[in-house]
Ligand binder design. Structure first.
Ligand SMILES: [Zn+2]
Length: 268
């Protein structure tokens, strides 16, 4: 599933590519994608004013409305100069120049249309946690999140109501970087480990944005290109392969229903 760096990559590309353009019409090819939208997708017309990201959500401000897009497992948002639909194409936005296409083979992703007031209420209800690359995410803020919790550290990192935008890939990568086992409880981390993990999280997220995300599954950027972060992943998807640090074998276990990768010898 695309995480913060992947969604941020698309956000930045959207900003460069389609901000200031106009949505002329919307073709909704699959009602499921927008079934929970309070305003119909066809109402979205006008100038694209602003692009934002909150957690794993893309927010596209169009005239007085806001498109809220979640890619979930297999969603892709693509900019095309010439329209190239395929069988996973769910929605097409016709722009004054080019097309914005939402593809989603497995159809878990969604698009909702809100007024700005509705968006505010929605975000309040969903209650996302702190943005890990924002100024608010200080070491002290991270310590408050850890706060003696019994939760396993990996699951805490992935808890969207605590820290927004971190998923399976960047949680295991930052734990490897910090030499902390994903199965440890948050409260078992000492001061030094908390500081190391805090720094590792930010460092890895920033690096992943620089490389336009990790295409571990179907993720593509706005131009249909794969992200370049995968070669830099140290544990994710590397079960049975040698650890880059100690040459031990990378292990995969299930934790909270998610495949979790780590090095049993150099993570403690
Ligand atoms: Zn190792």
């Amino acid at each position: 599933m695309p995480e913060l760096p992947e969604v941020e990559t698309i956000k930045r590309e959207l900003e460069r590519e389609i901000k200031g353009r106009t949505i002329i019409k919307v073709k909704n090819l699959d009602a499921k994608v927008s079934k929970d939208s309070p305003i119909s997708l066809e109402k979205v017309k006008g100038r694209i004013r602003e692009i934002k990201r909150r957690a794993k959500l893309l927010l596209i401000f169009v005239d007085s409305l806001v498109l809220v897009i979640h890619l979930k497992l297999t969603g892709q948002l693509l900019y095309q100069k010439k329209l190239q639909k395929d069988k996973s194409t769910r929605i097409v936005f016709y722009l004054n120049r080019g097309f914005l296409v939402f593809n989603d083979p497995r159809r878990f992703g969604f698009i909702k249309v809100f007024t700005e007031k509705q968006l505010k209420d929605y975000l309040q209800k969903v209650d996302y946690g702190i943005e890990p690359l924002s100024k608010k995410f200080t070491l002290d803020a991270f310590k408050k999140i850890i706060d003696n919790r019994e939760t396993k550290i990996k699951q805490l990192l992935m808890d969207q109501s605590k820290i927004a935008g971190i998923g399976n890939v960047y949680s295991v990568e930052s734990l490897f970087e910090s030499r902390i086992l994903p199965t440890r409880t948050a409260k078992s981390l000492n001061e030094k480990e908390i500081t190391t993990l805090y720094k590792a999280l930010r460092k890895i997220l920033i690096k992943a944005i620089k490389y336009k995300g990790a295409s571990v599954d179907t993720y593509l950027d706005l131009y249909g290109k794969k992200g370049k972060m995968v070669p830099f992943l140290k544990v994710y998807g590397r079960e049975g392969k040698p650890c880059f640090r100690c040459k031990g074998k990378i292990k995969r276990i299930m934790l909270g229903g998610r495949g979790t990768y780590f090095c049993p010898s150099c993570q403690k």
